[in-house]
Design a binder for this molecule. Structure first.
Ligand code: PEP
Ligand code: MG
Length: 755
């Protein structure tokens, strides 16, 4: 039995390997020397390297100990035998009796039947398997943790040798890892519809490792420590400033913080550097460990935490590479398709809209604010694309068909042709909607429905004309605040609102006062940490607690509306008295302006959003003092069902077409109609055909939605007998079913309604 390698082993071994790499001879000769050196250093009787070739085949490229005739003859498919298993799962195997393992595949030409113990590790380059490194011994021994780590370290060096192209031709390498890789179709979830073709850009660019062996290990240790410190500080700062998204994002950052302070993780990184790797290579080596652990864990929560650790390692790599920004700060190709694990609304707004073609996310939910912003920007956004950031390379051609919830990476000619056809169909549909533009949305039983658009940026305004919307049913003023680094003063705000009203002409605009908090954080307001930001200090609560903020905004709105009609509404009102207080502030501001001889609007309508269920039971009082109500279904659903709208795991757990929400909405509509108070609904629900059908049936005659939805919803309105739909819905509301969706779909089909 042989003794385990001494702790200084990896460092000595790396020094020897560096000499081989720098020495003479072609790549094959250097590989042969490498396996001999490893076998000697690790006191193994066998050391072999298998290299991944085109067609997912692992070929024995060099061996010390196995039959030399097997070199370039023995081949295993990925997934076949122990070597194939290591490659398929990108994880080490450490077996004292390899032949007893169910995956063992005997290859007689190798003469390996006399070796019992086996330790193998994947050779990874930029996170992808490019080969397998194996040592074997005759005795049934179990290799130590240190030995597995030493082998992983050596594998980093081999990755460099394979990746530089001396062993396989450049074409074959490109075929295995590069753009010649096979086309791929992946299904996801539509968060903002649309079609786009473009070039993939990683939101957080990947770091390519060019050097694995450290010239100066002490300097590498300092670099690693400094990167860890910077990442730790930046995460602490993000959490303290609270300028992050709510729920899930905070959770993730808290986990990151835990890991950056975790001694185990840090010491594994430091040990990897001490073994002689560069800081970047050390981080990647520890990532291999993490992935190996991840593959053995079935608990989804723990797996996700390990995924966080992987993200964190990527952050450390970004810092080591001196990058602290996202791709938004770099030169973008035309038609950029941004790929990210997740993205915040402010980060999305940072991208040059002229160049941004689409966004692909691993996470995301329909009512998250990033999705809302994407819809406002008319940018297709597809979410839940599993492992998007690992499967898509920067520069990959990519087609995003968000309408059908799928993407095509490196599409072949047939897919491109089908895409061109889809674009054509879409253009035809758009032309049909454009033809409806000048017509009112009139149902077959003669009821007029007002269709409005949601907006939040000046660039949205032209859609008012090209969609033929009746007005802006929700102007999210906070979006302007989110793209700035300081609070805009009253003059800046007045100028902005004036432009909005000028461009809207005679069409009404319902301005919503600042709805910040939750996932919409402003870097310059609010520095308290909150356990539940969606239920926290947000929207009107901020406005009432910081009346100067609200007054400044109201003054700007009143000045911009001088001589015209102005609609103002408040977000997240939970209690009728909050509305009354806010309304008083409006009145005081009007009086102040009048006293100063400044012009005021000729007609002011003050309304409220209905997003908090508690307000429903205060409608009898509220309806006496409110000029209009707009239901915010995104938040109303969040609070009614207690589901975090930003958390994809639960956000769509309950169908919004279930009896509880529809009964509530119908009751609200009835009360508003009886009190003669105008009512509309502006959450994302209004822009989806079956949902819109349900809303019409529940008594809504004014809807506000993302601009691209106006055409399809107008077509729907023009094909529906609302009275019949209303009667039908009544028969369904007492049902105990989770969802009424399929009934409504049947109704639409049976009545020729365009959905
Ligand atoms: C809503 O909650 O439905 C709404 C329209 O507001 P926001 O999505 O901006 O929170
Ligand atoms: Mg809301």
């Amino acid at each position: 039995m042989v003794a385990p390698a001494a702790p200084s082993g990896p460092r000595v071994l790396l020094r020897a390997l560096r000499e081989i790499m720098a020495g003479s001879g072609d790549s094959q000769a250097r590989l042969d020397k490498t396996v001999r050196t490893i076998a000697n250093n690790m006191v193994a009787e066998v050391c072999s390297v298998y290299v991944l070739r085109a067609g997912e085949v692992l070929e024995l490229f060099a061996t010390e100990g196995l039959n030399p005739d097997a070199v370039h003859r023995t081949r295993l498919r990925v997934g076949e035998g122990l070597v194939g298993d290591i490659a398929a799962h990108a994880r080490p195997l450490n077996l004292s009796d390899a032949q007893a393992h169910p995956s063992f595949a005997y290859r007689p030409e190798t003469g390996e039947e006399v070796y019992h113990s086996l330790m193998g590790v994947p050779i990874l380059r930029d996170g992808r398997v490019c080969g397998v490194l194996v040592v074997q011994n005759r005795t049934m021994r179990h290799y130590t943790e240190e030995e597995v780590e030493a082998l992983l370290t050596v594998a980093m060096v081999l990755a460099e040798l394979i990746g530089t192209g001396g062993l396989l031709g450049g074409d074959e390498l490109a075929q295995i890892h590069g753009h010649a890789a096979a086309p791929r179709q992946i299904e996801g979830k539509t968060l903002a519809g649309g079609l786009a073709q473009g070039i993939a850009v990683l939101h957080l660019p990947r770091v390519e490792i060019t050097q694995t062996i450290a010239e100066d290990p002490d300097a590498e240790k300092d670099r690693l420590n400094s990167a860890l410190r910077t990442v730790r500080l930046s995460i602490d700062r993000m959490l303290e400033n609270d300028d992050i998204g709510g729920g899930e994002h905070r959770d993730i950052l808290e986990t990151y913080r835990m890991f950056t302070h975790d001694r185990g993780w840090q010491s594994r990184l430091r040990e990897a550097v001490e073994s002689g790797l560069t800081a970047e290579a050390a981080v990647q080596r520890v990532q291999v460990d993490t992935r190996a652990r991840m593959s053995q864990i079935t608990d989804p929560y723990l797996r996700e935490r390990l995924q966080d650790l992987e993200d964190l390692a990527n952050r450390v790599l970004q810092h080591l590479a001196g990058r602290t920004t996202t791709a938004a700060d770099e030169e973008l190709p035309d038609q950029a398709v941004v790929v990210a694990r997740s993205i915040g609304p402010a980060e999305l707004l940072d991208y040059d809209r002229e160049k941004l073609a689409a966004v692909v996310l691993e996470e995301g939910s329909r009512t998250s604010h990033a999705a809302i912003v994407a819809r406002a920007m008319n940018i297709p956004l597809i979410g839940r694309i599993e492992k998007a950031t690992a499967r898509i390379d920067p520069g990959d051609p990519i087609i995003v068909d968000s309408d059908h919830a799928q993407i095509f990476i490196r599409p072949g000619e047939d897919v491109q042709a089908a895409f061109a056809e889809s674009l054509q169909n879409r253009a035809e549909r758009q032309a049909k909607y454009a033809a409806l533009r000048g017509q009112p949305a009139l149902s077959t039983d003669g009821q007029r429905v007002s269709l409005n658009m949601n907006a939040g940026l000046l660039v949205d305004l032209p859609h008012l004309r090209d969609t033929g919307a009746d007005g802006i049913g929700l102007y999210r003023t906070e979006l302007h605040f989110m793209v700035r680094s300081t609070f805009p003063d009253v003059d800046a705000q007045t100028e902005l609102y004036t432009k909005v009203l000028d461009q809207a002409g005679d069409k009404p605009v319902l301005f919503r006062t600042l709805d910040i908090g939750g996932d919409k954080k402003l870097p310059y307001i609010g520095d308290e940490k909150e356990a539940n930001p969606a239920l926290g200090w947000r929207a009107i609560r901020v406005g009432l607690d910081r009346p100067n903020l609200l007054r400044t905004q109201l003054k700007a709105l009143l000045q911009a509306g001088a001589g015209r009609q102005l609609h103002v509404m408040f977000p997240m009102v939970a209690d009728a008295s909050e509305f009354l207080t806010a309304r008083e502030i409006v009145e005081k501001e009007v009086n102040r302006l009048k006293a100063a001889g400044t012009g005021t609007p000729k007609d002011i309508r003050v309304g409220t959003m209905l997003e908090v269920p508690a307000l429903v039971w205060q409608l009898p009082t509220l309806l006496q003092s409110v000029d209009f109500i707009s239901v915010g279904s995104n938040d109303l659903i969040q609070f009614l069902y207690a589901v975090d709208r930003e958390n994809p795991r639960v956000s769509e757990r309950y169908d919004r077409l279930g009896p509880p929400l529809l009964s509530l909405l119908r009751d609200v509509a009835r009360q508003c109609r009886d009190a003669d108070v105008p009512l509309s609904l502006c959450g994302e629900m209004a822009g989806r055909p079956i949902e819109a059908l349900a809303l019409l049936a529940a008594g809504y005659r004014s809807l506000s939605m993302a601009a691209p939805n106006i055409g399809p919803i107008k077509e729907l309105v023009c094909s529906i007998d609302i009275n019949a739909a209303e009667s039908y819905l009544e028969t369904l509301l007492s049902s105990s079913e989770h969802s009424l969706r399929s009934h409504l779909q049947d109704f639409a089909r049976d009545h020729g309604i365009s959905i």
